[in-house]
Design a protein around this ligand. Structure first.
Ligand code: C2E
Ligand code: MG
Ligand code: MG
Ligand code: MG
Length: 281
């Protein structure tokens, strides 16, 4: 009887694995098909405002990938990225994302928001691909976006591997005039000893640090420590995931000048974001 139960469990397990595999293959197929199109309707960018604290004036946006498959499923961006990385499609996908985001930002800057900045997430394989710096340069040239209007968001996973090569690429990007942000700071494995060596402009404080923030009087929070660290290193600070006015005010009082979060706006489709921007002029 026990053997039968185990046999059933095993059978159930492999059926689930086969199901997962089938789903992954179907998604890969869909992704490849979408990338084969010049303007895939299923792959879209949403834009989340980046604001100045505490008032919420929009200073730019982060471009965030959205994918609704032909079958109608929303695939979370982390999953899109891992799928694309595993299939060698991430460089192509990343270039599409950067191009679309830079094109939109160039239009918004020309349309009355001359200081608007666009932030684009860069995946590990994209960052490590040999032609990355050139692809950024080509993208700026093709879209007409001023380099200062682009901020690339890299993660600690990127930053901590082969540190000398990474620093070399970051310097090359800086020479183009592009800005660099370290995303999700504090959630990865970065060593503090390396942080001051990285030629970055901005620290993005991960939203997990805002969960217990602000804390009752007198209690020090991680958010506060990260803000102090960033200020000490003379970096710009952006807090992610601000959901309450109390968080925005407390962050600003500590010296964190930038923020993103549902308090101000969720990520919006391009048209909705453009309307919001126009209304704020
Ligand atoms: P991220 O770069 O840290 O982006 C911030 C995430 O926080 C976004 O999730 C955003 O929707 C979410 N968020 C913003 N404000 C709030 C808030 O107030 N509360 C809560 N609970 N969440 C908030 P999203 O869009 O699901 O993206 C998840 C991650 O996927 C991103 O994290 C980024 O690492 C990755 N990603 C998205 N688009 C791209 C892309 O084009 N390329 C690459 N390489 N990665 C991307
Ligand atoms: Mg990001
Ligand atoms: Mg982040
Ligand atoms: Mg995050």
């Amino acid at each position: 009887n026990r053997a039968k139960t185990q046999g059933d469990a095993h059978c159930h397990y492999s059926r689930r694995m086969a199901g997962d595999l089938r789903r992954r293959l179907r998604l890969l197929n869909d992704l490849q098909a979408a990338l084969d199109q010049a303007a895939p309707v299923q792959l879209q960018l949403h834009y989340q405002p980046k604001v100045a604290l505490p008032h919420g004036r929009i200073v730019g946006a982060e471009a965030l990938l959205r994918w609704r498959t032909a079958a109608g499923d929303e695939v979370p961006p982390e999953q899109i990225v891992s799928l694309a990385e595993s299939a060698g499609l991430m460089v192509a996908l990343g270039e599409r994302v950067m191009h679309a985001a830079c094109r939109a930002a160039a239009a918004w800057r020309a349309g009355g928001h001359p200081d608007f900045g666009i932030a684009v997430n860069v995946s590990p394989s994209q960052f490590r691909s040999p032609g990355f710096v050139e692809s950024v340069q080509r993208c700026l040239a093709a879209t007409g976006l001023a380099a200062a209007g682009l901020e690339l968001e890299i993660t600690e996973t990127i930053a901590m591997q082969d540190i000398d090569a990474v620093i070399g690429v970051l310097h090359a990007l800086r020479r183009l005039g592009v800005r660099i942000a370290l995303d999700d700071f504090g959630t990865g494995f970065s060593s503090l000893a390396y942080l001051h060596q990285l030629p970055i402009h901005t620290l993005k404080i991960d939203r997990s640090f805002l969960r217990d923030f602000p804390a009752p009087r007198g209690r020090t929070t991680m958010a506060e420590l990260v803000v102090r660290l960033g200020r000490r290193l003379k970096l710009d600070l952006v807090a992610e995931g601000i959901e309450t006015a109390a968080q925005a005010q407390a962050l600003e009082r500590m010296g964190c000048r930038g923020g993103q979060g549902y308090l101000f706006s969720p990520p919006l489709a391009e048209g909705a974001f453009a309307a919001l921007l126009a209304a704020r002029r």
